[in-house]
Design a protein around this ligand. Structure first.
Ligand code: SF4
Length: 342
């Protein structure tokens, strides 16, 4: 599941950002103590000095400036070696723009706010903090997720390429937040068979391709045993295009949001057969809660958008076959059934 950050990553980044902000806030009074104990003469930091120079007040203002008092040890400990001290004299001033990149521009944009904003920046330890990564959750005005009806309307006249692009950009359900890649599907055309599974797993999410890893290798071997190839004449897709966290079962609302894509894929590819693997995919496609044992061994019919009936054969998911090799004999029977003249 683009390269969106996972919730823990986001939480970590958000936490780091808060920590940084808190430290800046806590440090601000130290640097912002711009009045020295000497006759009220102001002590300025490099940014303030730049700003005073900008408005032609530097000489007038700094004429009263006393020697910089030594700072408390705690405040000095926070000062980076490369950053000028808040009360440093003129020799330190030229280094300020580099250490506070971006701050002068902000000061010019809002002169009244500059003296207040500058001290907080001047005591920042380390490089300027990056702005927190923008996430959909943090977006100030996130676009509302489209409804299944809106998704169905968008995909109605889409070509396969357009449909793939829509899936990559889809935000119709919450699974978009955790995905690295939306997995549209992959295979040869014209499509003789369509293989439909449940949802991307971790490897599929990483690679953006369906059925990779060991279960993908087993599926390829099963297809090859009956003369079929995903590169040539089999298109492989899933009911759900984005990985559910922890490989949990997709929720009904996620299935409803995503199913227009699968329906459009089937209508565009016009497969001669559909081999649906795994209980969840079979139940979803056939609209039943029957067990896979009850669904196997016979031909079902799926009616596509145009009313065309496509024979459907149900079999085990390759991942299940890897755990239960003794069931491979039944899977072989299923493949033979799919090869028969239906
Ligand atoms: S799972 Fe389907 S509906 Fe949900 S965001 Fe991904 S593509 Fe869109």
């Amino acid at each position: 599941m683009m390269a969106a950050a996972t919730p823990p990553d986001q939480a970590a980044r958000t936490g780091a950002s808060r920590t940084s902000a808190s430290r800046t806030d806590a440090d601000a009074p130290t640097a912002g103590a711009s009045v020295s104990g000497n006759a009220g003469a102001p002590r300025v930091n490099p940014l303030q000095r730049l700003w005073l120079r900008e408005i032609g007040m530097e000489r007038l203002w700094l004429r009263q400036e006393p020697a910089a008092p030594s700072r408390p040890a705690a405040a000095q400990a926070q000062q980076p070696a490369s950053a000028p001290a808040a009360g440093a004299g003129p020799a330190a001033a030229p280094a300020a723009p580099a250490a506070l990149a971006g701050a002068p521009a902000a000061a010019k944009a809002s002169p009244a706010a500059a003296p207040a904003a500058a001290p907080a920046a001047a005591v920042r330890s380390g490089p300027p903090p990056r702005p927190p990564a923008r996430t959909r959750e943090a977006s100030p005005d996130p676009a509302p997720a489209p409804t299944p009806a809106e998704v169905a309307e968008r995909v109605r006249d889409a070509s396969l390429e357009e449909l793939s692009a829509q899936v990559q950009a889809c935000t119709a359900c919450g699974l978009c937040h955790g995905r690295r890649h939306a997995v549209f599907g992959h295979g040869g055309q014209p499509t003789r068979w369509m293989v439909i599974g449940e949802a991307p797993g971790e490897q599929e999410d990483r690679q953006g391709l369906p059925f990779v890893g060991r279960s993908g290798q087993l599926l390829d071997a099963m297809l090859a045993s009956v003369g079929m190839s995903r590169e040539r004449d089999v298109f492989i897709a899933n009911v759900i295009k984005c990985r559910p966290p922890g490989n949990r079962n997709p929720k009904p609302e996620e299935i409803a949001a995503c199913s227009p894509y699968l329906m459009r894929q089937i209508a565009l590819l016009k497969p001669e057969r559909i081999l649906v693997v795994g209980r969840f995919a079979a139940q979803t496609l056939l609209g039943t809660d029957a067990t896979i044992g009850n669904l196997r061994g016979r031909i079902h019919r799926f009616k596509d958008e145009s009313g065309r009936e496509i024979p459907v054969v149900v079999s085990y998911h390759p991942a299940y076959l890897l755990r239960s090799p003794s069931e491979k004999a039944r899977a072989w029977q299923d493949l033979r059934l799919a090869c028969s003249q239906l």
